[in-house]
Design a protein around this ligand. Structure first.
Ligand SMILES: NC(=O)CC[C@H](N)C(=O)O
Length: 393
């Protein structure tokens, strides 16, 4: 169904809609949870991994448009969840979800969406939606599903328009875990599931959970670390008491600048004490803020599994110019123009030149804007986990 700002009448068969803050209404077929949810509409160009994308907490308060037309066709399973906490509120897809066809599937995608409280909208011209986001920026919108087809468009529009948007929003505090945990999950193998790794005597990584994807902790553990995961608001004293050999800063949702009250000062304290640090995505942004740089909301975020990133210097100079194909999911970025002295840009996006990595001169501290843990996505950047754990002790 085409996009229109003219409030087209509801087609008889429409059981779902997206209503944007400017009043644009898109009709489709609803699936998954019944009800409505507000969020920022983004697009993701990954061809595989919809279940991992939809359970990545970095997507909290977002509605994901999948550019790949067939979503849901391999069903869902319990193993491919990246978290159990709040994540994407819904998704927009081209084709109606078909019966699942995969030997690993345990549940139909639409049932899984319903069980996880996520709203789906199918039959949408996702190319037009993507073009709209590219040309106008990511809109705030309400996604709604009602099998009876009753929608109060004025109320939905008002809700979308009144929503504050992601800028300035602190969501990491919302999706983080409550308590401290020892992480010992490792790599997955067919028929065996996730293996158990870890143990005493290994370098100790204290990992902040700002809304982490499970595969990050698996990769750290597989690289040979003993991993203790701590909540987002853990104090500097509590981290130091755990005697970390290194500290990891995870991905997470919301505006990085909104973590300035809790995460940024703690990371500044860790930097002052020369504790090795590795940050991914939100963690990268927090590291940059702690080092004195600024972050900004991007006009268009980066979300997909084929984003080329070039190594441009810093501690990576030995492999300068090499390109990594990366998995990404971010709508904010470190402003490369604001890097203070002593903070070196290590990676840059080949799509738009935005900052994709930093390292801190004279310290074992670095971060990348992309997702080296993949899940979904290419595995070019797994080396970062080994690099970090190799620095410790
Ligand atoms: N994946 C992430 O950690 C996202 C970081 C941040 N919330 C952003 O959108 O830029």
């Amino acid at each position: 169904m085409a996009l229109s700002a003219s409030h087209p009448a509801r087609p008889k068969e429409a059981t779902g809609c997206l209503v944007m803050a400017d009043g644009t209404v898109v009709w489709g077929k609803g699936f998954g949870a019944i009800g409505s949810a507000v969020g920022e509409v983004c697009f993701n160009t990954s061809i595989t991994g919809y279940q991992e994308v939809l359970t990545d907490p970095s997507y909290a308060a977002q509605i994901v448009t999948f550019t790949f037309p067939h979503i849901g066709n391999v069903g869902t399973n319990e193993e491919d969840l990246e978290s159990q906490v709040e994540s994407a509120v819904g998704c927009i897809v081209r084709e109606e979800v078909t019966p699942e066809s995969n030997f690993r599937s345990e549940q139909h995608f639409a049932e899984w969406m319903a069980a996880h409280g996520k709203i789906g909208l199918s039959g949408i011209d996702t190319r037009a939606m993507t073009r709209l986001i590219r040309l106008q920026g990511a809109p705030n919108a309400v996604i709604a599903h009602d099998p009876g087809g009753n929608f109060d468009l004025d109320a939905l529009k008002a809700r979308a328009a009144q929503w504050s948007g992601l800028e300035g929003m602190d969501l990491a505090g919302l999706v983080t875990r409550d308590g401290r945990a020892t992480w010992n999950g490792g790599a997955w193998a067919l028929g065996k599931g996730y293996r158990t790794v870890g143990g005493e005597g290994l370098p100790h990584v204290v990992a902040f959970d700002y809304g982490a994807k499970n595969n990050i902790f698996r990769k750290l553990a597989e690289a040979g670390a003993r991993v203790t995961v701590v909540p987002a608001k853990t104090s500097l004293e509590d981290v130091l008491e755990l005697q970390p050999d290194g500290v990891f800063l995870s991905n997470g949702p919301g505006d990085p600048a909104a973590t300035g009250e809790y995460a940024v000062p703690v990371v500044r304290g860790l930097l002052e004490r020369d504790i090795p640090i590795f940050g991914i995505c939100l963690g990268h942004q927090i590291l940059a803020l702690a080092a004195g740089a600024k972050t900004m909301k991007m006009f268009q975020g980066h979300r997909g599994a084929n984003h080329p990133v070039q190594r441009v210097g810093g501690t990576w100079a030995e492999n300068e110019n090499l390109v990594e194909i990366t998995s990404m999911n971010h709508g904010f970025a470190v402003d490369g123009e604001t890097l203070p002295e002593g903070v070196v840009e290590t990676h840059r996006s080949l799509f738009d030149g935005t900052n994709c990595g930093i390292s801190i001169t004279g310290k074992k501290a670095f971060g990348v804007q992309y997702h080296p843990e993949a899940s979904p996505g290419p595995q070019d950047s797994f080396y970062l986990f080994e690099k970090f754990v190799g620095m410790l002790g």
